[in-house]
Write a protein that binds this ligand. Structure first.
Ligand SMILES: C[S@@+](CC[C@H](N)C(=O)[O-])C[C@H]1O[C@@H](n2cnc3c(N)ncnc32)[C@H](O)[C@@H]1O
Length: 209
């Protein structure tokens, strides 16, 4: 396999090229996957996250899907809608930032032990920059957990995502980790239950010192 990035600018166009801030002006107090998929995601987090973890929930909203009763050392959210983030009971702090406008994270290196991107990675137009930033703000040995299902806001999902099926999305996110640099080999998991939204998880760790 060549190590040259397979990604091209046209992969990251989207049907609605207007400012993302317009799309996210109004809060949406809804969930984007069903309860079965949410339970599977929370169970995965329960298996990975530790009480002393500093957690960064990127592309966050009013829910973070952290396990019931789990209280990390710190939880920080980044998203597009202030009203959603303000109502998220999991978050100690939050910031509004458009990662397509500005993929640079404001935190110092090694500020977090875990970074989460739940059902949102398909909206990133500069994913390699964002993933490189995630690697920077994670501690050595930290983990980034990306989850997604088979639905999205189609006008805001990037062109490459639209052209791929679920298995292709797993590969796409794995390639984000690989080509961003700063991560060890990614792992993926599939959680499927009849009649429920499928859940896919792709995760990778930053190397230990
Ligand atoms: C489908 S919702 C998922 C929200 C939440 N993570 C969850 O699991 O329910 C998509 C989220 O991506 C965020 N988002 C979309 N485009 C973004 C961008 N350009 N920069 C930062 N966040 C973005 C929105 O704020 C929104 O909360």
């Amino acid at each position: 396999m060549t190590d040259e990035s397979p990604f091209r600018p046209e992969h990251f166009g989207k049907y609605d090229e207007s400012d993302d801030a317009l799309f996210y002006t109004e809060p949406r107090f809804v969930t984007h996957i069903d309860d079965v998929a949410i339970a599977a995601l929370s169970a995965h987090y329960a298996a990975v996250l530790q009480p002393d973890h500093r957690v960064l929930d990127l592309m966050s909203s009013w829910v973070s899907h952290l396990p019931d009763g789990y209280k990390p050392a710190k939880a920080v959210g980044l998203g597009m809608n202030a009203a959603e983030l303000a109502r998220n009971p999991a978050l100690d702090q939050w910031v509004v930032q458009d990662l397509n406008e500005n993929p640079t994270l404001s935190w110092e290196a090694a500020s977090f032990d875990a970074a989460l991107i739940a059902v949102s990675v398909q909206y990133l137009q500069r994913p390699l920059e964002v993933f490189a930033e995630i690697a920077r703000v994670l501690e050595p040995g930290g983990i980034c957990i990306v989850s997604f299902s088979n639905r999205c806001f189609p006008t805001k999902a990037v062109a490459l995502w639209q052209g791929l099926n679920d298995a292709g999305h797993v590969q796409q996110v794995g390639a984000y980790f690989h080509h961003a640099g700063g991560f060890e080999r990614s792992q993926w998991f599939e959680r499927k239950h009849p009649g429920a939204d499928p859940l896919y998880i792709v995760q990778a760790r930053t190397p230990h010192d």
